[in-house]
Design a protein around this ligand. Structure first.
Ligand SMILES: [Zn+2]
Length: 298
């Protein structure tokens, strides 16, 4: 079974807290049978552009170290994912650095960034976040940036974006992905997508990776694998059949469901999916749906 994950914050952890234990390790990716792990360069919790500017190269170096130490291949498309081998793909979480100029995007393309979340949790030159001004959508510069991303075939990631921004993208004809988001109908937090958004994203051919963060899965108390399945089921009821997958957010979250603490636990999730949804749907969610999404945006 092909297993793909559209989001983890491991590079940030490596660069920011090199001594801290990590959820994502090469061993766990291998024992979990993960074929494709997308690794994000995350802007971090400071909106200070100078800080971001000095921090991004540290994540690039963390990626170089990861590749050197593990021998894992970095790919430019999920279509290069293969069973029996763990490969990695690069993404960006927070396009704040584009305020330095569109050449930054050329650099990202050069180093292999293949998806980019427009914002993290604060407004930037491109757009407003889920927790920001709900009246404001993409900025004119943001629209320009998105068009440039489309030319470069960099997937436009709407996780962390506000609803207006998502609508603006859909009106522009973008086929977005939400790399790590859950359903607001099941857990009412602003980071999650409401049913209307889910329907619109899926109707446009978009894709959603289910986030494993306990606080996005369940309003209170510990979460379990069955909560993850409930979000998948709800997304499929909103038109997401064939269009959802895993967006673990490992190394970016402080609590995960029982039995789903790191990539080594993904086979247990896959088994539960098989039991609940059947082999074919489970295979789709585990990885193949991401490949189909990539074909749609190519
Ligand atoms: Zn995030």
């Amino acid at each position: 079974m092909l297993i793909c994950d559209t989001h983890c914050d491991t590079l940030y952890r490596m660069a920011k807290h090199p001594r801290k234990k990590r959820d994502v390790t090469p061993e766990r990716l291998r024992t979990g049978g993960v074929s494709l792990q997308t690794m994000a360069m995350f802007v971090g919790d400071s909106s200070e552009i100078g800080e971001i500017e000095t921090f991004f190269p540290r994540m690039e170096r963390a990626l170089a170290r990861w590749k050197k130490n593990t021998g894992m291949k970095q790919v430019l498309s999920p279509l290069e994912a293969v069973e029996g081998e763990s490969r990695i793909m690069l993404s960006v979480e927070g396009c704040d650095l584009l305020s330095r100029g569109m050449e930054v995007l050329d650099h990202w393309e050069e180093i292999g960034v293949r998806m980019a979340a427009l914002t993290w949790n604060y407004p930037n030159c491109v757009a407003e976040p889920h927790c920001g001004d709900q009246e404001r959508g993409l900025t004119p510069f943001g629209r320009e940036a998105v068009r440039a991303m489309q030319r470069k075939k960099i997937a436009v990631d709407v996780s962390h974006l506000n609803a207006r921004g998502v609508e603006d993208l859909l009106e522009m004809g973008v086929v977005p992905l939400a790399s790590h988001s859950c359903c607001r109908a099941l857990c009412d937090v602003s980071r999650n997508l409401n049913d209307e958004q889910l329907r619109h994203i899926f109707a446009a051919g978009g894709y959603v990776g289910v986030n494993f963060y306990t606080a996005f899965l369940k309003a209170a108390g510990p979460a379990s694998i069955s909560d993850v399945l409930a979000h998948m089921e709800h997304m499929m009821a909103c038109g997401g059949e064939g269009k959802i997958g895993f967006g673990s957010d490992f190394d970016g979250i402080t609590s995960a469901p029982e039995g789903l603490k790191h990539p080594g636990d993904l086979p247990a999730l896959a088994d539960a999916m098989r039991e609940r949804f059947g082999e074919e749907t489970a295979r789709g969610i585990a990885g193949e749906n991401l490949l189909r999404y990539w074909e749609r945006i190519a």
